[in-house]
Design a protein around this ligand. Structure first.
Ligand code: FAD
Length: 272
């Protein structure tokens, strides 16, 4: 399929991208790695007169540590996260999750900011961001703000981003000695998560989050409370995905997904 005609604009800075969004309003869309947006344009599910390419803006491409927080620029690709020595050393759950995304081409072009803005329920980053108490930094015409990952994902393809705002970076606190893992039961062709489970144990206690299971990624506070009480991985995981609305599709029924959530939760916790 061929998309409708659009005007391609390459933004050189965040300020320029924000001014262009303000100028063109609903007729414009940001373009990052294009791995979700371009297929939807080709399928004519979406149609924009202007695409504002933000993928090469230098200030969105850094990975750096400041005051115990690692900031990952919104346009850092999944592949760059896999290769980052800082992330390998201090946030290994991010290296692990990035390495499980799609194939080499997807990892080389797809970005962490594009992925979380798109908020596909089967995407891997949302669970990881919830389990690591990450914040999403966003900027718009009115200034910048910081949104906790828990408040960012609102539903199927829906986030707390307001019109004219863009993601600039993701901030993740570093906890020395933390134990963490991300594993998933994946769709064999795309590698999108049918069930993704991120588990972290640090000085703040246990964090267990799921993506792929429900339309909105979620922290499983029953599992966390069970772990904080000192229950075994098996006992804690038996509480997983209870009391949430579980998705059902041709890859996995509701009952199967729920069972896989418990299985992958147990495996994740047992590996910590
Ligand atoms: P784009 O497609 O360019 O943009 C996506 C949306 O985000 C657009 O609406 C765009 O306007 C908006 N946007 C982009 N940047 C910003 C910003 N800075 N601020 C605000 N809005 C912004 N993902 C997984 O998690 N796991 C997988 O296993 C997986 N497998 C895949 C397999 C295939 C074959 C494909 C094609 C994709 C797969 N993906 C997977 C998705 C991939 O990770 C994409 O990178 C991601 O969904 C979108 O990121 P992008 O940089 O390509 O964004």
């Amino acid at each position: 399929m061929i998309p409708s005609n659009f005007n391609y604009i390459k933004a050189k800075s965040v300020d320029e991208a924000i001014a262009l969004m303000d100028q063109h309003g609903d007729d414009a869309r940001l373009l990052a790695g294009g791995h979700s947006l371009v297929p939807s344009l080709k399928l004519r599910l979406t149609d924009y007169d202007h695409l504002i390419d933000v993928s090469k803006i230098p200030e969105l491409r850094n990975i750096e540590e400041q005051d115990g927080v690692i900031h990952i620029g919104a346009m850092v690709t999944h592949g760059e996260i896999v290769k980052s020595d800082l992330i390998k050393e201090k946030l290994s759950i991010f290296s692990q999750a990035a390495d499980l995304i799609g194939d080499v081409q997807v990892r080389n072009l797809g970005t962490i900011g594009g992925s979380i803005a798109h908020a596909d329920p089967a995407a891997d980053w949302p669970g990881v961001l919830l389990a690591t108490d990450a914040h999403i930094h966003v900027q718009g015409k009115g200034g910048s703000r910081k949104i906790a990952a828990e408040d960012f994902f609102l539903g199927l393809y829906s986030t707390a981003l307001e019109d004219g705002e863009m993601i600039t970076s993701i901030g993740v606190p570093v906890h020395t000695g933390a134990k963490s893992t991300y594993i998933k039961f994946m769709q064999p062709a795309s590698r999108f998560a049918i069930v993704g489970c991120a588990a972290v144990i640090n000085g703040n206690g246990a964090r267990v989050a799921f993506n792929g299971v429900s339309a909105t990624p979620f922290r499983d506070k029953d599992v966390e409370a069970s772990l904080d009480r000192g229950d075994s991985a098996e006992a804690a995981a038996s509480n997983a995905a209870e009391g949430v609305s579980i998705m059902s599709d041709h890859f996995a029924s509701e009952a199967y997904r729920k069972q896989m959530a418990k299985v992958y939760c147990k495996r994740a916790l047992a590996s910590l």
